[in-house]
Design a protein around this ligand. Structure first.
Ligand SMILES: *[C@@H]1O[C@H](CO)[C@@H](O)[C@H](O)[C@H]1NC(C)=O
Ligand SMILES: *[C@@H]1O[C@H](CO)[C@@H](O)[C@H](O)[C@H]1NC(C)=O
Ligand SMILES: *[C@@H]1O[C@H](CO)[C@@H](O)[C@H](O)[C@H]1NC(C)=O
Ligand SMILES: *[C@@H]1O[C@H](CO)[C@@H](O)[C@H](O)[C@H]1NC(C)=O
Length: 958
């Protein structure tokens, strides 16, 4: 048995070195490709280990300039870029950032950023002008000594690339990397560098992106030496590069490691490849093969078994067979070579930029799209961990190019880093990948190879038109400095959970609107008139899926079911709107539809019977069609019509309703002709005065309108204009409460309108970022809020493009209102998240949204302002394909009702909490297709408004 076990063991040892096709690393796709967008995007807060290596990169030809100064020899890049027509605008690296003469400026930037490492490359032909030791140029050596010493003087670790594409021209003349002699010549250069700089340099990379050297230089012929021979040259060149790398590694190992104690590796490039369909095995094989052809080509021999990946050997072998070649175009290594190559890297260095889609094609893989998606980095890091035996990984390049016209205001780069570094953090913190360092590309804008100076990757902008090449930190440099300082993304105070409870008199409630949320149905029932929404929805192709509100949730016929559900949810308020045409079919008092009025009376009685307060909106966008036919809100006579309608409602329902909203969101900036906003505001004011003069004394309620505003953050926090723009948006969106800003009103009108609110009814959903130039655009964009605005890409999405999950903005805008409008009582009348696509009853996203937003509210209350909160968008799913219109509670209902039951967030450290264990009662059967949860909170009593205090007292009694 023992012997048998030993045999099994041995064969196991032999086998793990062999790769599989697809590799075992396909588990990475199995694990991650099924993630929901929510899971994928959820921002992860945390930090890297203390010794994490933060750095920035550059390379010799891109920054040094001084192409022939002090005895430097020409490289293939000098030759190529100096040839007219090679590069747009005939750009070249003759001067570049002039770093050869501006060492102090470079060191200054590095010190200011407080990076721990600086990755740069040595120009071979600056040290050996003709590539050989015999041509040694001491001035070149001196330059690098000054650089290295300057770094060490400031505790910055030099990370040195020995070869970053600038092959000495003299060596190209010998055939370059297609010539096997290059292995020894390169080794001699490395030997010299180890001996000369190795006392201070402890982190070496032999080659930068050998894939690019072999494929773009010798296959596609795009970069120097521009050889176009894709069939065989890349394979020969890569074969030599791998051997050259291994030789240099052994030189270090044999001669220097003991005394110098550094690390040697090679910087490999890798895109991430996502299969076209992760459920189809051969597509996963295709993605795996794509990775093997790019990364595995070099990593497999060096980090696995000294040989190319099987996927590569088979594909090139089979194709060579088809081409009737006597042997594969992919050269093979001898056994000695394999053992010489295997294990010649002390850490894994990877350059990563983009993700591509791989799909199966006959005998190969086709690569489709290319996108910069941050989550690709997390998957790549996991794949490397699986495939190469959990090595220590340094991300040696990662960054994004922006047009060189973008000088220092580069939020796109900030988003890139914010998301990519976060994915690296997830790989480290959640997945246990040994991520040891992150090098941002690059320190400053520089000669971008085939793009010349058209684009820049820099954290610093360089003015290439100025002979002094001034360097200016970009917004991204400030950002990266902060990331380094924080060692990642520690959880911001804003996002920390606050444990605690709402006040005892905090009122939790739920709300809907008559047509807009399509809950009532009964569109022609019992004499109801047409509304503009009925007409709109009955016009084909106007509403998604030709969905109408004809039946909707049929709440008109299901009062008892609705109320029963509200009761089960333990809410104390219910916000709903009255359908104007249901009460006044043609919009006027010529005919009162008593059946319609009776419906609302029954609803209110049913609510009060179970101690639920009605919160009633008079106008939620469903204007009677008959009024629209005579000009709607553009016709001034509508003010009187609306007042008449309100009078009817107050007199019939007012004795039992204490909370009124005149108009929900009377206008959004730019959505309505000016006259409409004008009339809406005047109608609101008239109704407020009607209530104030005729009903308040006896009915003792409060009345206001609701408005909507997003919170705006300055897009670039380092730019004053963006601050100003953000505030300006607030002013624009809220200006209906500051009537003096509307010049069209006469002084008498202003007097009549001013102060016509008892509380600040406020709808809020999201935060936008506001660069100055978007302010006016934002002002004129249409109903599609967000069209002219941008959001932080790290914020979670919802089903609506304009709605990004940004809970911190909720608290900030409430504080803004408090400061700006003299601390009015605020009721948040709408707030929520939408979703899109197939129904997911397990709506974790909505639960997340509640928890975060309501927690911000709790924090606000700790700060003592008055507020309220409302959730909009479906907590319940109404299955419209089923004639019984069954309503199914989504998972978030349980989450939300737990918050209600607990009246906040009990601290888990102070266990136990019974409220956390209460089960949501049964299947909640009621019709709330899109239901609005409102928690109304009226904290600060306003001493000046006496009736307001009365209302509170009155509520408490009920
Ligand atoms: C061709 O591919 C198959 C696997 O599909 C492999 O077993 C075989 O060795 C390959 N042939 C050559 C010549 O590489
Ligand atoms: C405005 O409405 C009234 C009825 O209320 C109507 O007589 C008048 O023609 C309308 N004006 C316009 C311009 O449509
Ligand atoms: C409101 O109007 C006053 C002047 O009546 C002005 O000082 C204040 O800045 C305005 N606030 C906003 C938000 O527009
Ligand atoms: C909706 O109802 C239809 C018909 O009864 C049923 O086939 C479907 O599975 C239901 N959808 C959901 C998500 O419950």
């Amino acid at each position: 048995l023992a012997v048998y076990a030993g045999l099994v063991y041995t064969s196991h040892i032999c086998r793990w070195r062999l790769s599989k096709v697809p590799s075992k690393s396909k588990v990475v796709w199995e694990k991650f490709s099924h993630q929901s967008k929510f899971q994928r995007k959820l921002y992860h807060y945390g930090t890297f280990p203390q010794d994490f290596n933060w750095g920035v990169s550059s390379s010799a030809y891109q920054i040094e300039g001084a192409w022939n100064a002090d005895g430097k020899g020409a490289s293939v890049w000098d030759t190529f870029s100096q040839k007219p027509g090679s590069i747009p605008a005939n750009a070249n690296g003759d001067v570049a950032c002039d770093s050869y003469y501006r060492l102090d400026e470079d060191l200054y930037m590095l010190r200011a950023l407080r990076v721990k490492s600086y990755r740069f490359s040595l120009s071979w032909s600056r040290i050996f002008p003709d590539g050989r030791r015999t041509s040694l140029n001491q001035k070149g050596v001196d330059y690098y000594n000054r650089l290295i010493d300057g770094l060490l003087a400031h505790n910055i670790t030099p990370m040195v690339t020995l070869y970053h594409w600038d092959l000495p021209q003299a060596l190209h003349n010998l055939g370059g990397w297609a010539n096997v002699e290059m292995i020894d010549i390169f080794n001699d250069f490395c030997d010299f560098c180890f001996a000369t700089f190795g006392d201070r340099v402890k982190f070496w990379m032999t080659f930068n992106q050998p894939y690019t050297i072999a494929w773009s230089g010798y296959g596609l012929g795009e970069i120097p030496p521009n050889i176009k021979n894709p069939a065989t040259a890349p394979y020969t060149v890569a074969h030599n590069l791998i051997k050259a790398h291994a030789t240099a590694y052994h030189t270090y190992d044999d001669k220097y490691r003991k005394s110098q104690g550094g690390l040697v590796s090679i910087a490999l490039s890798a895109d991430w490849f996502e299969p076209k369909d992760v459920n189809v095995p051969r597509e996963v094989v295709a993605a795996d093969r794509a990775l093997q052809f790019q990364l595995g080509w070099f990593a497999h021999p060096i980090f696995k078994n000294g040989d190319y990946p099987d996927a590569m050997k088979w594909q090139v072998g089979n194709k060579s067979e088809l081409q009737r070649l006597s042997e594969s175009r992919l050269p093979s290594f001898t056994e000695e070579e394999k053992s010489f190559i295997r294990g010649t890297a002390d850490m894994f260095c990877v350059n990563h930029y983009t993700t591509k889609i791989a799909r199966h094609a006959t005998l190969s893989t086709a690569i489709d799209k290319q996108r910069a998606v941050a989550w690709g980095l997390r998957r790549l890091l996991n794949w490397i961990k699986e495939e190469y035996g959990d090595p220590e990984i340094y991300i040696t390049e990662n960054g994004v190019a922006t047009d060189s016209k973008t000088t220092w205001d580069d939020p796109a780069r900030v988003f890139y880093y914010k998301t990519y570094i976060d994915e690296a953090l997830k790989a480290y913190d959640i997945d246990g990948v040994k991520v040891k360092g992150y090098i941002a590309t690059s320190l400053m804008d520089s000669f971008e190879w085939l793009n010349g100076y058209k684009v820049g990757f820099g954290l610093h902008h360089v003015d290439f038109t100025n002979p002094n090449r001034p360097r200016t930190p970009k917004y991204s440099a400030h950002f990266y400095y902060q990331v380094i300082k924080d060692n990642g993304f520690p959880i911001p105070d804003d996002d920390k959970m606050l444990y605690g409870h709402f006040r005892k008199d905090f009122i939790w409630s739920v709300s809907t609107a008559a047509y807009q949320v399509t809950i009532e149905g009964g569109w022609r029932a019992d004499g109801k008139g047409l509304s503009i929404w009925d007409t709109f929805a009955h016009t084909p192709l106007r509403v998604f899926d030709d969905d109408t509100g004809d039946i909707a949730c049929d709440s008109y016929n299901k009062i008892q079911e609705d109320v029963a559900m509200l009761k089960q949810l333990k809410v104390t308020h219910y916000r709903f709107s009255i359908s104007w045409p249901r009460v006044l079919p043609d919009g006027t008092t010529n005919h009162i539809n008593n059946a319609g009025l009776n419906y609302y009376q029954r609803l209110i009685d049913a609510l009060l019977a179970v101690n639920i307060q009605p919160h009633v909106t008079l106008y939620h966008w469903d204007l009677p069609q008959a009024l629209q036919d005579v000009g709607g809100w553009e016709n001034e006579t509508i003010i009187a019509r609306f007042t008449d309608y309100a009078d009817i409602i107050f007199s019939h329902l007012g004795p039992k309703v204490k909370f009124w909203i005149t108009i929900n969101e009377p206008f959004r900036p730019g959505t309505l002709p000016y006259i409409v906003a004008h009339n809406l505001i005047k109608a609101h004011a008239e109704v407020w005065h009607l209530y104030n003069d005729k009903y308040r004394a006896t009915q003792k309620g409060v009345i206001s309108m609701t408005i909507n505003s997003d919170w705006s953050e300055p897009r670039n926090p380092y730019k004053q204009e963006d601050y100003d723009a953000a505030r300006l948006i607030e002013y624009i969106q809220i200006f209906n409460f500051n009537i003096s800003r509307l010049p069209e009103f006469s002084p008498e009108e202003i007097k009549r309108i001013k102060g016509t609110y008892d509380y600040f009814g406020f709808n809020h959903y999201t935060t936008i970022l506001s660069p100055i130039f978007l302010v006016f655009l934002n002002f004129i964009v249409d109903l599609n809020r967000g069209v002219g605005t941008i959001a932080d890409r790290t914020w979670l999405d919802s089903g609506s493009a304009w709605l990004k999950v940004s809970p911190f903005g909720f608290r900030r805008i409430l504080n803004f209102i408090k400061e700006e409008y003299g601390n009015p009582p605020i009721i948040i009348t709408e707030n929520g998240i939408s979703e899109r696509g197939s129904v997911d009853l397990n709506d974790i996203q909505r639960s997340y949204y509640y928890e975060k937003y309501i927690n911000q509210l709790l924090k606000g209350i700790k700060c003592q302002w008055a507020t309220g909160f409302a959730e909009r968008f479906g907590l319940f799913y109404v299955n419209r394909s089923d004639p019984n219109l069954p309503r199914v509670a989504k998972a978030s209902v349980a989450n939300y009702s737990t918050i209600i039951t607990c009246n906040g967030f009990p601290d888990p450290a102070l266990e136990p909490h019974e409220c956390l264990n209460t089960e949501p009662e049964g299947k909640l059967q009621s019709c709330l297709a899109i239901c609005l949860f409102v928690c109304v909170f009226v904290a600060r009593k306003q001493p000046k408004k006496k009736y307001f205090i009365e209302t509170i007292t009155l509520e408490k009694k009920m």
